[in-house]
Design a protein around this ligand. Structure first.
Ligand SMILES: [Zn+2]
Length: 224
């Protein structure tokens, strides 16, 4: 299956039926058509039965969640899209959704639709869904998702911030460091975790071995 060609075909079919503006693209009618085209082109072959689903729009203005898929008690699925979150996302220069870089509103919406349809497929096939290994492999099979990519969307700004953080932080887990602890004086230890501060487990110093410290990165010196 040529996934890129399949996506282009869906875009062409949508362009024949709908206007190309944000209000239309974010309408339930458009999103419903998109999901049904995806089902027919990408999913039908591997699904043992056709799950009933409907598509809705809604969600909070300040939500970062662009979509969700819920199974109703009667057995059908509701896939909902949050137009506010999708619009925000599409205004970024670059967005990575489940490992694939997308630009512009339609491509963002399509990547989110693929994510939610993967949830529906996983639920229909296995009775539950999460962002685990099974979800990723199913996404790879259905939509050529990278099976190892993070299941999240990240913007270019977020990626740059992470890169900067990595560059400005010369330490990594496992490094041996020394620092001056308030009551113990100089303590030597090993880094076990880094978030904003490093978690250092003391190995030497006037504190008990194994004492845990949370140390600002700037206060660490490398122990060579
Ligand atoms: Zn999800």
């Amino acid at each position: 299956m040529d996934y890129a060609a399949g996506r282009e075909l869906i875009k062409d079919l949508l362009a024949q039926r709908f206007d190309d503006n944000a209000d239309t693209i974010l309408s339930a009618e458009y999103l419903d058509s998109m999901c049904r085209m995806y089902y027919d082109l990408f999913m039908r072959k591997i699904m043992p039965f056709h799950p009933d689903f409907k598509v809705e729009t809604g969600g909070r203005r300040d939500s970062r969640s662009a979509g969700k898929c819920v199974k109703k008690r009667g057995g059908d699925y509701v896939i909902s899209f949050n137009p506010h979150a999708l619009l925000h996302m599409s205004e970024e220069d670059r967005v990575i959704i489940d490992g694939r870089e997308v630009r512009g509103l339609i491509d963002c919406v399509m990547a989110v639709a693929e994510h939610e349809l993967t949830h529906m497929a996983e639920f229909a096939l296995y009775g539950s869904t999460s962002h685990g290994k099974r979800f990723k492999l199913l996404g790879a099979r259905l939509f050529d998702r990278s099976p190892t990519a993070l299941t999240k969307y990240r913007t270019a700004g977020m990626i740059d911030a992470e890169d900067n953080m990595r560059q400005s932080n010369p330490y990594k887990v496992g490094d041996r460091v020394v620092f001056d602890a308030p009551t113990y004086g100089e303590v030597a230890g090993v880094i076990t975790r880094i978030v904003k501060r490093a978690t250092v487990i003391a190995e030497r110093g006037r504190c008990r071995k194994g004492t845990k410290f949370y140390v600002p990165l700037a206060a660490l010196r490398r122990l060579d």
